[in-house]
Unconditional design. Structure first.
Length: 106
């Protein structure tokens, strides 16, 4: 999904990344945003360093330890699959609910 997202963002004049976890300081969110930004300008950039940072984040540690309610043992590994899906997502409103849907740039 990261590569597809970068492809959608490539060439845009302005992009805003929002780090939501840990009051805007979540290492996994920051690493993801920085990787997508890098791939938008350097399509062959490696995800290794960014994935390492995300894997070592406080959230990943807590998820792996089962500290966070509602987590599953596979959550961290699944989150670290950089391009598990070949599409970006677009957020939109469906009535009162915000929904994410696959988005393929045309």
């Amino acid at each position: 999904m990261a590569t597809a997202t970068a492809r959608v963002l490539r060439g845009r004049d302005r992009v805003t990344f929002v780090v939501t976890g840990e009051d805007g300081r979540a290492e996994e969110d920051l690493a993801c945003a920085q990787y997508i930004a890098r791939v938008a300008t350097e399509p062959e950039a490696s995800a290794a360093e960014y994935a390492r940072r995300a894997a070592g984040s406080r959230a990943a540690t807590e998820l792996s330890a089962g500290v966070r309610a509602g987590s599953h043992a596979d959550d961290v590994a699944l989150c670290l699959e950089v391009d598990r899906f070949p599409f970006a997502v677009r957020a939109g409103w469906d009535g009162a609910s915000l929904v994410l849907r696959p988005y393929e740039a045309g």
